[in-house]
Design a protein around this ligand. Structure first.
Ligand SMILES: [Zn+2]
Length: 403
């Protein structure tokens, strides 16, 4: 038996006036996904536990078969894992965004999707300046900051994509946060705030930003630290589920899930984690990986990015590309195996109107060569309610697939 889990990040949505009361999934032309739903089973999956934020890492941890309430320790450590940055017991890994600040507000949480090459130069200069920890360069606007002050896990940091257009001061007023425990000393939180504020002085006239401004691109004129945590303690996927597996994604935190669960991360040239990701390459690598793996997780970030930008057409196009180029190729190749199962789902919705993640349950379709179809006729947020899978917790998905 071969298993494929296809994750369209943030692809579910709410009905939109612009689409005549339909969702992007309902408008998108997705013949492969619809056919698998028609001949398979459908239902809803709750990937986000009530006490956690609907972040991609939380939701995808569920999909990978791990209860986030038990294993989630923050986004930073997952990204550290993906970058091959070793963490010691007391290390706290922060996600570090390069952002665009304007008039004391977050204008762009991606600094205009700055290139990795430009970002690496900026990160190197930050390391020359700050001695409170170490910065590690990642992809585009997504980087890492490592501190060895374990008390910082309690700092109330905020994901920058949730507060675009809002005052920075409102989300860095940590004077009340006691980050050093019993001695009532806020040294840790003050240090983090200072790093964020001082980064503005260093980056304001940085040559990379002068070039970006000249090209009318958003400058990376501030860093934003968030999503911090200690190293997670997750058991090996093969030990838990008895399957060998690989992950295909353009996003660091998903690769981190792969690292900490002992799944193999397959690097796909051109997998960018953005609209321009190479769908065909992802489909090809996934198809090739079937031979040496029991299960392949394929994650595509593009619909989520479209949701964050409020771009309806881009979201529809991303969903159609997943259907055509990724699932299409996988189906062409998986036919050579007698038995297989394919699960299709988002991690969480990223509705166009909300422009950030919501915690709603997500539509799930599972096609199996060994199971009968249920009454769901096609794939969208509402039709799956006619399926037989009901509503289940996300971390039960893998068991549901296997059994
Ligand atoms: Zn997501």
């Amino acid at each position: 038996m071969k298993y494929v889990v296809l994750i369209g990040d943030g692809m579910s949505d709410y009905p939109l006036d612009e689409l005549g009361g339909k969702t992007p999934l309902q408008i998108a032309n997705i013949p492969n996904i619809d056919r698998l739903t028609l001949t398979g089973r459908a239902g809803l999956l709750e990937n986000v536990p009530r006490n956690l934020e609907p972040a991609s890492d939380v939701a995808n941890m569920s999909i990978f078969g791990y209860d986030p309430q038990k294993y989630y320790s923050g986004r930073g450590p997952l990204e550290a894992g993906s970058m091959g940055v070793k963490m010691l017991e007391d290390d706290v890994a922060f996600r570090c965004n390069l952002i665009t600040e304007e008039n004391g507000k977050i204008a762009d949480f991606t600094a205009g999707h700055i290139s990795s090459k430009e970002a690496a130069i900026i990160i190197e200069d930050l390391n020359k300046h700050f001695k409170e920890g170490t910065f590690y360069p990642g992809i585009s606007y997504r980087h890492l900051f490592m501190s060895n002050d374990k008390n910082l896990v309690n700092l109330r940091t905020t994901p920058p994509h949730d507060i675009v257009g809002e005052d920075i001061e409102n989300y860095t007023n940590w004077e009340e946060d006691n980050c050093l425990g019993s001695n009532n000393d806020n040294k840790g939180s003050i240090a983090i705030k200072n790093i964020m504020m001082e980064s503005q002085k260093i980056l304001k006239d940085h040559p990379i930003n002068q070039e970006r401004i000249a090209k009318e691109q958003n400058p990376a004129n501030m860093i934003w630290l968030w999503g911090q945590g200690l190293k997670p303690k997750m058991p090996n996927f093969k030990d838990v589920y008895g399957l060998t597996g690989s992950v295909i994604t353009g996003v660091d935190l998903l690769k981190g899930l792969g690292v900490f669960t002992g799944l193999n991360n397959i690097d796909v040239p051109g997998a960018t984690g953005y609209f321009d990701t190479d769908y065909k390459a992802k489909g090809k690598y996934a198809s090739n990986a079937l031979e040496n793996n029991d299960i392949i997780f394929i994650h595509v970030e593009a619909p989520d990015e479209a949701g964050h930008s409020g771009d309806i057409n881009e979201k529809i196009r991303a969903i159609e590309n997943i259907d055509k180029y990724i699932l299409g190729q996988v189906l062409d190749n998986i036919n050579s195996y007698d038995d297989y199962k394919i699960a299709i789902l988002p991690d969480h919705p990223t509705p166009i109107d909300v422009r950030t993640h919501t915690r709603d349950a997500v539509p799930l379709a599972i096609y199996s060569t060994t199971d009968d179809a249920d009454n769901a006729k096609y794939y969208d947020e509402f039709e799956v309610l006619n399926g037989s899978l009901g509503l289940d917790k996300g971390h039960n998905l893998i068991n549901k697939l296997i059994n």
